[in-house]
Design a protein around this ligand. Structure first.
Ligand code: AVJ
Length: 310
């Protein structure tokens, strides 16, 4: 039996977003079970270079990244998921004394924490259930412990510029913070960027359209999935890819008690993925009170892992 309007937070957020002049949905709604599976498939696509490129940078530099804090220091990760990339750092000389994975998805977070405790018996794992776009209470046990932040995947690029600076500013204020490891995707030829967000196999299109499926399943909505198409657009300032769902005809959709009208060609903006240069990265860091001590990259300079210092 389907429980209609069971996800009231999703409904409230979608109603606000779809009543705006430029209709919008938050990318955080992509990641239900199917969306998470589709994102995993995206990371394996030939066109989607960020995940594998960043992983290679982390592997090549694992020892020095771990050395950003003294032995027994803490690693604090924002949006840790299954902590896949983190294992590269945690394994480097088994250097860290504590790991604080922060994620919104509690079940997943606690299961991953258990797994890590088994894999790294000398590591104190202190999971925190929180949304990294808001204030985060770090566990008391890591109080003044020297710590380094870790925010991989260019997830920072999903935030609008002021939110991104706010997040980095909050991390800068952590007691004992000595560094921040930030994964950021770089500006490159537009055709490469578009291909990464509009792949030949259509996985990214399915990922984008799945958010409408989710609205149908978890709220009282009747989106016709065949009447929307996926589009990846490049915009210059700030440099970003935007993902949209474009209505292929004039249509009206029921959502909760509201009726949402679409003109033919009208879109829902579902995600922005910022792309940085050395300058825009340094500027963002500086606005949050950090400086870029070093930028690690791949031979083709596709992706950057920036080391920020207070
Ligand atoms: C998980 C936000 C980093 O922006 O590249 C991938 C999400 N969206 N393909 C990104 C995503 C479409 C991804 N992040």
């Amino acid at each position: 039996m389907k429980d209609v309007a069971e996800n009231s937070e999703l409904l409230t957020d979608a109603l606000a977003g779809l009543r705006a002049p430029q209709k919008i949905l938050s990318p955080k709604w992509f990641y239900d079970r199917r969306g998470s599976e589709l994102f995993e498939r995206i990371t394996e696509l030939p066109e989607y270079y960020p995940t594998r490129t960043e992983a290679a940078i982390l592997r090549a530099n694992a020892d020095r990244l771990a050395d950003l804090v003294p032995p027994a220091g803490a690693l604090v990760e924002l949006g840790s998921g299954a902590s896949v990339k983190t294992r590269t750092l945690l394994s480097a000389g088994e250097h860290f004394g504590a790991y604080v994975p922060i994620d919104i998805s509690e079940d997943f977070l606690l299961a991953t924490a258990e797994d890590l405790r088994v894999r790294y018996p000398d590591l104190a794992v202190h999971p925190v259930v929180a949304d990294f776009t808001g204030p985060i209470m770090l566990p008391k046990v890591v109080g003044e412990t020297p710590k380094v932040g870790f925010f991989p995947g260019s997830t920072i690029g999903n935030l609008d510029p002021s939110q991104a600076v706010a997040l980095l500013t909050r991390a800068r204020a952590w007691p004992g913070v000595e560094g921040f490891i930030l994964g950021a995707d770089l500006v490159k030829p537009v055709s490469d960027l578009i291909a990464a967000y509009d792949d030949a196999a259509g996985v990214t299109a399915a990922f984008n359209i799945n958010v409408l499926n989710r609205l149908n399943d978890e709220t009282h909505a009747d989106f016709d999935l065949s009447a929307f198409r996926h589009e990846a657009r490049w915009l210059e300032n700030p440099a970003r890819i935007e993902m949209h769902l474009v209505s292929t005809r004039a249509q009206t959709v029921d959502l909760g008690d509201a009726r949402i009208t679409f003109a033919e060609g009208e879109s829902i903006h579902t995600e922005s993925c910022r792309k940085y240069t050395a300058e825009t990265l340094a500027d963002m860091a500086a606005r949050a009170g950090w400086s870029v001590a070093e930028t690690l990259t791949d031979p083709e300079t596709r992706f950057a892992v920036a080391i920020l210092r207070p």
